[in-house]
Design a protein around this ligand. Structure first.
Ligand SMILES: [Zn+2]
Length: 295
């Protein structure tokens, strides 16, 4: 008993000695925010500004649905003042987060049901479609909610978080307007994608998504490919979209079968090769306008 209290006293003393010199910016310094996937990392960086340190959990080029957490990453989650994630994207993260220090972006928006074409082994384990960042207007709502959460976690810098959140939300609403205008008058409204990740984009801008598979790692069945080919022909689809992280093979086979070309839509599950969320979304808009014949 005595030994324990002596030890505790010694730790308190040494902590006090450290703190005395460091003042407000002692060892901990800025709070740490861990962002589970790239779009939330981008968003967190905008809202955190200089007041918090943002750490991305998924390394560039890694398919985030497959993320496994090492001891180092679990420690990062333990240390974080806030973990920003979308429940249902990464089961490993869903399991590791502590609820009172985590912000699930899906709680800030109206979700849509998961796609119907889940193949066996699909990792999306929630009833809604988790790819909500592909609708800029929903991401704007997430920005505002994130500003409030960071303000609560770090009250000394609340005003900064709220101001930057408002500015980021305004940028995202401007992007939303670009999409709405750019996709207003189009010859076709059907988008065929290899990875069924664009449900929110389709929902927001009145497009129809035909996804080949929900899980970019799973080979679709020949029956599913035949079905999509039939739909694509019926809708006179001229572009089959694939993405940079997965093999374009399925999209190429399908494109050949229906006499279409392939194009790239970035689901932004990882940091784009160049630029950021905003520039990658603008590239998506350009690709969609070209494929759909929008004026
Ligand atoms: Zn996905």
């Amino acid at each position: 008993m005595l030994a324990v209290s002596l030890l505790t006293g010694a730790i308190l003393l040494s902590a006090g000695a450290c703190g005395a010199g460091g003042g407000e910016t002692s060892a901990g310094g800025r709070p740490e925010v861990v962002a589970a996937i790239y779009p939330l990392q981008w968003l967190s960086e905008q809202v955190a500004g200089p007041d918090a340190k943002v750490i991305g959990l998924t390394a560039p080029g890694v398919e985030p649905h497959d993320l496994e957490l090492g001891a180092y990453q679990v420690a990062e989650l333990d240390d974080a003042a806030l973990t920003v994630y979308v429940k249902g994207v990464q089961p490993a993260v869903d399991e590791a987060v502590t609820e009172d220090r985590a912000f699930d972006a899906a709680t800030a928006v109206k979700t849509i049901p998961a796609g119907e074409h889940a193949e066996e082994g699909d990792e999306h384990e929630v009833s809604y479609d988790p790819h909500l960042w592909l609708d800029p207007s929903r991401l704007a709502a997430v920005a505002t909610a994130l500003g409030d959460r960071l303000a609560a976690a770090d009250p000394a810098h609340a005003q900064g978080y709220r101001e930057r959140a408002a500015r980021t939300a305004a940028e995202l609403r401007a992007l939303d307007q670009e999409f709405a205008k750019g996709l207003e008058n189009c010859a076709s409204r059907t988008v065929v994608t290899a990875h069924e990740a664009f449900g929110y984009l389709a929902d927001r801008y009145r497009l129809k998504q035909i996804g080949i598979t929900l899980d970019p790692e799973t080979e679709p069945s020949p029956a599913r490919i035949d079905e999509v080919a039939r739909l694509a022909r019926a809708e006179k689809v001229n572009t089959i979209f694939t993405e940079s992280l997965v093999s374009p093979k399925v999209a190429e086979v399908l494109a050949k079968e229906v006499g279409a070309k392939t194009g790239v839509l970035d689901p932004l599950e990882t940091r784009p090769g160049g630029g950021d969320y905003l520039s990658a979304m603008r590239a998506n808009l350009t690709a969609l306008r070209s494929a759909l014949g929008c004026t």
